[in-house]
Structure formats: C-alpha cells, structure tokens
Design a protein around this ligand. Sequence first.
Ligand code: ADP
Length: 644
Amino acid sequence: MTQHAFQTEVQQLLQLMIHSLYSEREIFLRELVSNASDACDKLRFTALTAPELLRGDDTLKVEVLPDAEAKTLVIQDNGIGLTEAEAVEHLGTIAKSGTKAFLQGLGDQAKSANLIGQFGVGFYSAFMVADRIVVESRSASASSDAGVRWESRGDGQFSTETISRAARGTTVTLHLKDDAGDFLQGWKLRELIKKYSDYVAYPIFLPKYVSEEDAKKVVAAEPEQVNAGQALWTRPKDEITDEQYNAFYKSACRMWDEPATRLHFSVEGHQSFTALVFVPGQKPMDLFDRERRGLNLYVRRVFVMDDCKDLLPEYLRFLRGIVDSDDLPLNVSREILQQQDTVAKLRKQLVKRVLDHLLKLASSSDEKDQAAFTAIDASFGAVLREGIVNDTENKERLSKLARFASSFSVADGKTGKTGLEDYVKRMPAEQKSIYLVVAASIDAAKASPHVEGFLKKGWEVLYLTDPVDEWVVGHLNEFDKKPIVNVAKGQSDLTSDEDKKAIEEKAKSYSGFMGFCKEALDGDVSDVRLAGSLTDSPCRLVAESEGVSPQLEEMMRRMGHEVPSQKRVLELNADHAVIKRLQALHEGGGDQPRLRDYIAVLRDQALLAEGAKLADAAGFAKRVQDLLAAVVGGGEAKAAAAAT
Ligand code: ADP
C-alpha cells in the first residue's frame, strides 16, 4: 500500500466545501453519477476504434446501491475505469486551471466560502456525506490483476494499492457519516436521481423496493431503471422544463449557478446538428483562460470530446453546453477537427445563432429578458466586445450588442448603459457623428473639458471607462454609417464655419501669447491654438486625430509595450476670463517667470480635469502653493506656519 498526500489545493477545497456547501450536500450524488456517466462516455468513444475493450459487457450503466446495515452507499459504473496512476492523479489533485488559481489566491477563508459555488467540486464533494471513501477500479485496457484500490478519510492523505478485479469500471463506496442516513433511503435516492440526473444517457439503476411504504426492504435481484435515460437535447423543446434544463446545466456542464439564458436548437439539411448552449449567470472561474471553450462535442449521441476548441471563437469562451453533430465522422480527433470543413460551417452557424439569440434578448421588451441581457453584459460584455476586433464577419451583430455608459444613460443619477442603435435614434438631425470620451471613471468623463461643449449642445457622448473599449471602438470606426469620433482628438465638430472665422480673427491678436505658451511649456505640447468647443474650461489638451489617447498609451505601457509619448495640442478658450487676463498680462510684458508658472498650472489642471496623471505632481503642488501665497499673502502665511 502506498500513502499519498493530497495536493494543497485539494485540502483547501475539502475544508471550504465542508464549511460552505453543507446545506446542499445532496449534490454529491449528482457529481458521482456525472463522473460515472462520463466514464461510460469515454469507454463508448474509445471502443469505436478498440471494440475489444467492451469484452462482451456492452450495456453501459450506472448503479446506485444503498446498504442500510453497513451504512454504505455505492455508486458503480462499467465505464472506462482508472489505472493506479490515474487514480493518484485524478483523485489527488485538481486539474481545472481556474479552480487552482482561485484556491492559490485564497485570502480570507470566510469571505471565500460563498465563492465556492462558482466552480464544480466534483468527486471531493462526497466527503460532505462520507467519512471514508473507497474507490475500486479497473481500467478497460488493464488486465484483471491490475486494478486499484484507493482509500481516504478526507484528512489530507489517501492510500492506493494494486488489487485484482474481474469487472471493468469503477465502484465508489461511501461510508456515510452518522448524520447522512437519509442517503440510504430508496425514495430519497430516487428523488435525487430524478432531480439531478434524469437526462443522463445511460440507465441509472436502483434496487427495486417491495412497496413504497416498505422502502427499506430491498429486492436486490431486480434493479430498476430510475432515470428517463435519454439525452436531454434529443427531446422536443416543449417537453423539457426549466428545472430539467438547469439540472442538465449544473450536472453535465459542471456549473453551480443558474444560467442567465439558454439556446436549444437543431439545424437540418446540409449541416445537421443540435446544440444546447447556456450563458452562465456568473463569471466562470476560468473566464480568463483564453484556451478554454465550454462546449462538449457529440457525434450522433456519442460523446467525442469536451472543451472543444474548434466550435467557438475565443470571445464566446464563456458559453457552456453541447453540440451534437450528425455529419462528423465518429473517430474525429482534435487535429482532424481543425481541418474539417464541416466544423467550420457548424461553427459559423452556431456563432450566428448565439449572437442572434443575444440580440433578441437585448431588444426584447420582456422584463426577464432585459434583466438577463443586463446580467450577461455585466459579466461578459467586455469579452464579447473582443469579437468586434477579431470577428469581422460578425462585427455588425457584435457592435449592436455592445453597451456603453453615456451622458444620456448616466444622467440624473441613472446608472444604465446604452447600445449604439439607441444612441443613433436619439441623435438630433444636425449631429453627424457618434462621440466618445475615454476617462478613468464616469465622474472623470462627466467633468472632462472635452465633453462640456457637447453636453451644452445636448449631444450625447459615450463614456468609455475601460481603455480596452477605446481599442475596440477604434476597430469599429463607424456605426450605421456614422463616424465614431473621440472628442479628445482633433478639431471639434462643434465649431461652425462662422465660429471658425471668428476664431481665426481672434487668433491674430493671440498669436504672440500662444507662441509664448508653447515656448513656456518647453516643447511639452506640439502646438497651441484657440479652441472652438470649450465653454467653462480655460483650456484642454487634444490629441491629433490619428494618435492614441493617453489612457490607451498608459494601458499599453502597463502591458509591456514601448509606446512613445505623444505630444498633444493645447487649446485655449479665448472667451475665458483667465485666458483673457493672461493674454493681457503677456501683452503688457508682465512678470514673465510668474506667467510661465501660470501656464504650467493651466496645462496641469487640464490634465487633472480629464483624469490623467501628472508627470511632475510635486512641481504642480509647488506652483499652486506659490500662487496661493501670492493671493493670500505669502509672507504672512509663512510666518503663521512657522509660529504653529
Ligand atoms: P471532474 O469530473 O470535474 O473532472 P472530479 O473531481 O469529479 O472532477 O473527478 C476527477 C477525475 O477523476 C475525472 O475527471 C476522471 O478522470 C476521474 N474519475 C472520477 N470518477 C470516475 C469514474 N467513475 N470512472 C473513471 N474515472 C473517474
């Protein structure tokens, strides 16, 4: 016998599970039955190319066997089985990337406890009801003297030893805790199998009871099939209840939340397939694992592979469910799949149907649909928007799904978002473009000098608070033939031809002052000009049209890219009292060093107003102090400070 220690994460998981999921501990049965069903799936698939593995025992099944005397519950299958090495690996570690990362980053256990519901706990959940678990198994490809016996009390370690075992498959024996006696009762087990595992494609057998009243008496010889035993997706939609769909989601997709929405459809004809796809209600742990795809592939009801990469683009990696193809060959491998034209066509159909379904939700007047779409956008909106950049074919659909905050959606204390279609509907006739500003927060966007002219005019501005969205929208360029314009870039559309003339006129008298500003800022700005779009602010910094914004620049730097700092243009509001006064001071040949400080302060406050960081915050503070001292009276202030 060999002793092994559980991987640290397994120990943590066991701890967490026992403390946080205790009230739902009945789900252990669903987890073990799902594992048994998966083992049958795997054997059926492997046997396609190696039929000898079935060795006469080709009726794959799951058995659930309570023993009231011994206080044990057995879950048994004649599926693929485990070798000793597999048992050590699969029943001693956690493979799922998201789960492992989550557990490694665990801080406060109490806080994390309610997070545990976000991922499957699988086999280990059985330790909620059992104080000792024995697994005996033999791999379909191993000889009868190469079986394995695995045993653990869930206390940090487990043992394995080689045994001989005539039957292929796995027997899991749970030695139930004293307070888990419920799970020995036939009616209870039947209820749980119906509730969680009805759809499982293999028969699940329970021993038959003499009568309902006398549920404890078991006629062992006559097992009875409890589940419907038909793959859920093969049944007509109108015969499947929400509960059955949700049970399938939790059980077959190993999810713990309630799905936000589902889509079940069949495509007939050239490419026949059925899909049952769910959008999770919460972000799955592995959302940022870009390699992950949540769809399992079946071919004519036979399970072929999980996590099938070729069925979905990266930006739909959060979907969960199954695709059952009628046209693919049964012996497909991952490599073959990539080259199959059939798969590319299937994927195209699938993506289109999923996006159309989401669009339908988004435009539905039904409150439940609306709420579902809002939840989906909150969890997966940013991931979906990646598609605008990567999936040119569905760019239009995806741009209609994108939601952003805007001056309209957050006006008057509202917290909503808007889609581009609704934005366009609200555009007044004279507004030709869609406007956006990029800022660190909604508040910063609202206060940004770039938007004030637009708001005064009653034109809506999109508030992009995620720099990724600037990159996404940059790929969109236009929507519904309306150009999408960053208000912090280039010349403003707000300036009419008349205004432009007036500005040109004014610029003549300002040219000396503007030249001085440029020189005073020592090459920090590429140019100084008069603004047409400012109302309340004295000045703003604008990027040239083709440049990236400072926010995106900053983000790219954080990601390790070398981005040269782009100089911006300082635009002055010639109607602002401060600018007028400064210009007059300059004309009068006033105190030049102080004037330079004023201009530096102006530039810095323009940066602060748009929520950007100052390169020289200390210099700014010093200049503001000097300014205050000049206004309040420097000598007195200094003396007062020294006295205290
Ligand atoms: P999951 O099923 O989500 O991968 P589990 O902890 O439930 O996680 O199971 C871990 C692994 O142990 C499975 O992926 C499978 O490889 C193996 N396993 C569990 N139960 C069985 C079984 N009845 N037959 C064969 N292998 C099994």
